[in-house]
Design a protein around this ligand. Structure first.
Ligand code: PEP
Ligand code: MG
Length: 579
């Protein structure tokens, strides 16, 4: 038995026989051609490109309608790359000037492109190198008239097997989709690689970046894939197989139970309603929100629209993005958080040279602080959000408030923006709600001072914990101190909930703690009745809600707040979670 580790990118457990795909990069010959043969060589190159286009189009036409849109969009990206001058024109010039064969000209060009991609800071753009490489390899295989078409011959024989490959192309995935394979394992790739994206959307367990998997494993060997933990067991002992089989059954059973409660109310056994919202980062994430029947969006992190690009989105582009989200969940609240740039979230277009010398970026010019300093960044966003408010139930949420002065300045800016829109005859919701994130300890301690001026609170535990416990949330060395159950954190949460209730405004939580079922009952007991979380966590939280008695939880939560040491505190929380 051998245990290998990689990056688990699509959760689930698969047990089955390995099917190892051996497909090396094509060997490329280099030869000089006489002038008279150059025209024929160029024609041969263009024919190979035509064939590649036909192949990709054929694959795209084979994609079943039910398949996730990511699949066809990746094939479309490959078609675009194929038509890019860098791929279909530059090698032709190289053939002419160097009088070399097509394969050599294409490989030379692709190596140069790879070097350019390699230097990019942005991991997303860097990952595009793989796409270019896959398109180039396809053209090369056509030029070389390779008989190594293993990838095009994948058949039903793979049913239930675990595919192990160096890397998989989108075309492989389309073909594999028909074959009901049990899991993927690849030597290469990362969490945002295509293998990962597609595996997640097809709900197939997958592990990437298992170095040497294709060398260590032989076709036909028994494997266990744990796609959540990234663990791959080769030739497992019978007792290990039995253990994983039982975990696999539990997962299937849990999935059935969660599907069954999708349409049910989020209500405790003693009849108290708990509102469950979803967090999103990009407009496309709303699909996942409707899939789990969330009651609205409790946190839309708008800064993602500003990241991974050289420029800033203008008012119009922002409006289109916000409008798309609002229209996708008609009749449901959409909480649009104003920009939370800074610290670990940077926009290339908004990064100044001085930023690099900031010693403590998490304590620096971030979120509302940055927006108030640079209103040319803030005003277009407020206009875009307010315009989108005419289309549905939009709520504005201000991140990282620490002083009342900041809150009043934002409220003034919102009023000014409304007045501008009214003068210009642009519609907006006059009653649009404005809430604040409570994620700085200063705001939690003085929540009673903020509450009368706001329509709602949302507790951001990711930052609240980092600032309360003085531990950088992106510093692995102090990760072990990150503790949502620290008495100071629980007191701040409780203070915030009480202040909100006293002022008659709703209090939600949108940090990771809200989506972690270990804390659901404790938070309900502390009086939290709105939770916002990643859509994938929502049904599990709903299950816990439906299986709880609130009155009982309130009593236990009081005891948690009074606990004199962590052992006692943990014991009470464990007991709350017991049944
Ligand atoms: C938080 O801090 O808990 C939060 C939800 O915001 P973010 O993670 O985007 O800082
Ligand atoms: Mg935060």
């Amino acid at each position: 038995m051998l245990v290998l580790h990689g990056t688990g990118v699509s959760s689930g457990i698969a047990i089955g026989k390995a099917y190892v795909l051996h497909r090396e990069r094509p060997e490329v010959p280099e030869y000089i051609l006489p002038e008279s043969l150059i025209a024929d060589e160029i024609a041969r190159f263009l024919t190979a490109i035509d064939s590649a286009r036909n192949q990709l189009e054929r694959i795209r036409n084979e994609i079943p309608k039910s398949a996730p849109p990511e699949i066809s969009s990746i094939i479309d990206t490959h078609l675009l790359i194929l038509h890019d001058k860098m791929i279909c024109e530059t090698p032709v010039e190289t053939m002419r000037t160097h009088r070399r064969n097509a394969e050599w000209a294409l490989r030379t060009q692709s190596d140069e492109l790879a070097a350019v991609f390699e230097q990019m800071d942005d991991p997303y753009l860097r990952s595009k190198k793989t796409d270019v490489g896959q398109v180039v390899d396809r053209i090369l295989r056509n030029l070389l008239a390779s008989t190594d078409e293993e990838h095009e011959q994948i058949t039903d024989a793979l049913d239930g097997q675990i595919v192990v490959a160096n890397d998989l192309t989108p075309a492989d995935i389309v073909l594999l989709k028909h074959t009901r394979i049990a899991a993927f394992v690849t030597n290469l790739g990362g969490p945002i690689s295509h293998t990962a994206i597609l595996a997640r959307s097809l709900e197939i367990p997958a592990i990437v970046a298992v170095h040497n998997a294709t060398r260590a494993i032989r076709s036909g060997e028994e494997l266990i894939v744990d796609g959540k933990l990234g663990v791959l067991v080769v030739l497992p002992e019978p007792d290990i197989i039995a253990e994983y089989q039982s975990r696999q059954k539990d997962i299937i059973q849990l999935k059935r139970e969660l599907d069954a409660i999708k349409a049910s109310r989020s209500e405790t056994r003693d009849g108290r309603t708990i509102t469950l919202y979803a967090n999103i980062e990009l407009p496309d994430d709303v699909k996942a929100v409707t899939k789990v029947a969330a009651q609205g969006i409790g946190l839309y992190r708008t800064e993602f629209l500003f990241m991974n690009r050289p420029d800033l989105p203008d008012e119009e582009e922002q409006y289109r993005a916000y409008a798309k989200v609002v229209r996708a969940v008609p009749g449901k609240p959409v909480t649009i958080r104003t920009l939370d740039l800074g610290a670990d979230k940077r926009a290339d277009a908004n990064t100044r040279p001085t930023d690099t010398v900031t010693v403590n970026p998490a304590l620096g010019l971030r979120a509302v602080r940055l927006c108030l300093q640079d209103t040319s960044l803030f005003r277009p966003q407020l206009r875009a959000i307010l315009r989108a408010s005419a289309l549905g139930q939009v709520r504005i949420m201000i991140p990282m408030l620490s002083s009342l002065g900041e809150m009043f300045r934002v409220l003034d800016l919102i009023e000014e923006t409304k007045a501008d829109l009214a003068r210009q005859g642009q519609p907006y919701d006059e009653e649009v709600q404005v809430g604040g994130m409570i994620e700085v300890p200063a705001a939690a301690v003085s929540a009673d001072l903020f509450a009368p001026h706001l329509d709602f609170f949302s507790i951001g535990t990711n930052d609240l914990i980092q600032y309360t416990l003085a531990i950088d949330r992106v510093d692995e060395a102090v990760n072990y101190l990150y503790d949502p159950l620290h008495p100071s954190v629980l007191r701040l949460i409780s203070t915030t909930i009480r202040a909100g209730k006293a002022a008659g405004i709703p209090v939600a939580m949108c940090g990771e703690m809200a989506g972690d079922t270990r804390y659901t009952r404790l938070l309900m007991g502390l009086g939290l009745d709105e939770f916002s979380m990643h859509p994938s966590a929502l049904l599990e939280v709903k299950r816990v809600v439906r299986d709880s008695d609130l009155v009982e939880l309130e009593r236990s939560a009081e005891r948690v707040l009074r606990a004199r040491d962590t052992v006692e505190l943990h014991a009470i929380v464990d007991k709350m979670n017991e049944h």
